[in-house]
Structures are given as structure tokens and as C-alpha cells.
Design a protein around this ligand. Structure first.
Ligand code: HEM
Ligand code: ISQ
Length: 155
């Protein structure tokens, strides 16, 4: 079954909420990644040398926003084209960045879990739903698949 208009709307709706407080939600996103996989800390250049997660680190914020935005873009494409297409140069770059940082396939599940938990927190019990979760999960999985394929191409 393809990605529906309703699923796309759910993703867009929650991205609008997330956007209201980027500093908070990027920090939360990151904290959740490290809560699930503490060892991931040393993979990130902007965290490696600091004893705790820096609040308001511009790099952390910018990176986290890219992850949110790219997943949101993927949802739109899934609805429009039925597949996620990432521009070649972007994909090459992301494949290389992740391979060079030591990222391996199982890490993608960690980031997925953290992303979904961040969204749940942002939406609150009232607005969060299984449908919303499934829509983000699908968009993320397809995007992750594209990045993973590129990472394997590089190795
Ligand atoms: C860097 C996106 C999955 C770890 C980045 C960058 C983006 C990004 C946009 C920044 C590149 C730049 O501007 O320099 C994504 C997306 C993912 C994903 C969309 C999934 C769909 C993961 C996973 C891990 C990971 C699973 C493993 C923990 C990293 C690391 C960096 C990075 C370590 C380099 C940060 C640095 O030292 O500057 N990612 N990522 N990413 N990502 Fe991911
Ligand atoms: C890079 N890749 C995946 C997840 C991230 C979360 C926060 C900051 C950077 C990231």
C-alpha cells in the first residue's frame, strides 16, 4: 500500500509542532539517542570532547533539524512519487559521512526509536497516534534504506 495523503498530512502536522521549539527538541532527540546507545556519543565530532551534551550547540541543532526535515521530505515524496529519491550529491555525501563516522546498519534503529519518541513528546498524548507513528516510521525507513544502500556502495 502506498503512502496516503492522510499520512503525509500527519507528518507535516507534527513537523509544524516540532518546529516551534527546535532547541528543545533537537536536544531531546540527541539525548534519547545517547540514552539508547551511550557509545554513540564519541561518533559525533561536536560531542566527543565535551563531558555532557552541550545545550544550544549550533551544530547539534542544525544536524538534528536536517534529520527531521529530510524525514519530512521523504514523506512528501512517498506520497507524490511512491518512493524516496535523495539527490545524488546529497546521498553520496551522507553515505560517506556516515561510513566515516563509523555508523553501521543497526544504529539506524536507534535513531528511529529516538526520533519517534521525540515526536511523541512533542505532540503530547492527545495528538500522538499510532497512525502518526506509522507514517513517520515509514518515511524514516525508506530514507534510511537509501542512505544504507549508499553506505554499502562505499565500502
Ligand atoms: C551526520 C542525517 C542516521 C550518525 C549527519 C548529517 C546529516 C545526517 C544531515 C550532517 C552532515 C553534515 O551536514 O555534515 C541522517 C539521517 C539519518 C541518519 C537523515 C537517517 C535516516 C544516522 C545514524 C547514525 C548517525 C543511524 C548513528 C548513530 C551521524 C554522525 C554524523 C552524522 C556520527 C557526523 C556528525 C559530525 O561529527 O559532524 N547525519 N543521519 N546518523 N550522522 Fe546521521
Ligand atoms: C546526525 N545523524 C543522525 C541523527 C542525528 C541527531 C542529532 C544530531 C545529528 C544527527
Amino acid at each position: 500500500m502506498g503512502f496516503t495523503e492522510k499520512q503525509e498530512a500527519l507528518v507535516k502536522e507534527s513537523w509544524e509542532v516540532l518546529k516551534q521549539d527546535i532547541p528543545h527538541f533537537s536536544l531531546l532527540f540527541f539525548s534519547l539517542i545517547l540514552e539508547i546507545a551511550p557509545a554513540a556519543k564519541n561518533m559525533f565530532s561536536f560531542l566527543r570532547d565535551s563531558p555532557e551534551i552541550p545545550h544550544n550547540n549550533p551544530k547539534l541543532k542544525a544536524h538534528a533539524v536536517k534529520v527531521f526535515k529530510m524525514t519530512c521530505e521523504s514523506a512528501i515524496q512517498l506520497r507524490e512519487k511512491g518512493e524516496v529519491v535523495v539527490a545524488d550529491t546529497t546521498l553520496n555525501y551522507l553515505g560517506a559521512v556516515h561510513v566515516n563516522s563509523g555508523v553501521i546498519d543497526p544504529h539506524f534503529e536507534v535513531v528511529k526509536e529516538a526520533l519517534l519518541r521525540t515526536l511523541k513528546e512533542a505532540m503530547g498524548e492527545e495528538k500522538w497516534s499510532e497512525d502518526m507513528k506509522a507514517a513517520w516510521a515509514e518515511a524514516y525507513d525508506q530514507l534510511a534504506a537509501a542512505i544504507k544502500a549508499e553506505m554499502h556502495n562505499n565500502t
